[in-house]
Design a protein around this ligand. Structure first.
Ligand SMILES: [Zn+2]
Length: 254
């Protein structure tokens, strides 16, 4: 996307209008890992959204290589939240140097401890999942950028922003591209069994730090012209699926 298209797309993002088709944003590659998805944004300086768990390094590296991107090429790793299946691979990437790790302020204690915070189950399936012996620990890390206000992505040649949207965790982030695509981490779940079935059907995540606040963030996100939601598990899902999955009226419709 050239500079004019990026400026126009960013203007649309700020005033809540849909970006025109010719201002479409960068290619996005989904990288399915052991328990979660990571995403490569093929911007002029490639950016990774989430880094998988501590055992996902070889799979992540192979997926990036297939796209002609080395770990050392990444300009940034934006971590949607501090849970082990999204943040567990960060320390190994960060050790290579030269890239910026971005994390929401509320999840910095988790990153420093290298451990999930309390997982609050929202339904019976979640209570059963909590019985599984999953390791909540990972190698601690310190982010170079702590998000405390909307973060402009133009420094990476991307028309978009990183927004604080706490709910799933105290520091959950959403990466919002100006062309109407959003990376929402575990704000919602695609399908069931971690996205194995019906991945394009949006629904409630198993665990929420603050379920009511997470729901209000979904409504807030829907006030913007977002049409595609990339998820940490399953997905992507479209706007209609989110509205139906959370039984919401479209806040952009009069
Ligand atoms: Zn999570």
């Amino acid at each position: 996307m050239n500079r004019l298209a990026r400026c126009l797309a960013l203007l649309c993002l700020l005033c809540g209008a849909a970006a025109p088709a010719w201002a479409a944003g960068p290619e996005v590659v989904t990288i399915p890992l052991g328990f979660s998805n990571a995403y490569l944004i093929k911007a002029p300086r490639p950016v990774l959204v989430d880094a998988g768990g501590k055992h996902d390094g070889p799979a992540l590296q192979a997926a990036l290589q297939a796209e002609g991107v080395a770990l050392s090429d990444l300009a940034a790793v934006i971590v949607t939240h501090g849970h082990s299946d999204h943040a567990g691979g960060v320390a190994a990437i960060q050790a290579l140097g030269g890239k910026v790790v971005v994390l929401g302020q509320g999840d910095v204690p988790m990153a420093h401890a290298g451990r999930n915070g309390e997982l609050v189950p929202v339904n019976l399936t979640a209570r059963l999942l909590k019985l599984l012996p999953l390791d909540p620990r990972y190698t601690p890390f310190a982010p170079e950028v702590v998000v405390v206000a909307p973060l402009d992505l133009s420094r990476f040649g991307i028309a978009g922003q990183v927004l604080q949207m706490p709910g799933h965790t105290p520091g959950s982030l959403v990466v919002l591209l100006a062309d109407g695509r959003a990376f929402v981490g575990d704000m919602m779940l695609g399908g069931c069994l971690g996205g194995a079935l019906f991945p394009s059907r949006a629904g409630e995540q198993y665990f929420q730090f603050d379920q009511a606040r997470n729901r209000s963030q979904i409504v807030e996100l829907l006030r913007r012209p977002v049409h595609t939601f990339y998820l940490g598990h399953g997905g992507p899902v479209n706007r209609a699926s989110v509205l139906s999955g959370f039984d919401l009226a479209d806040p952009r419709q009069p």
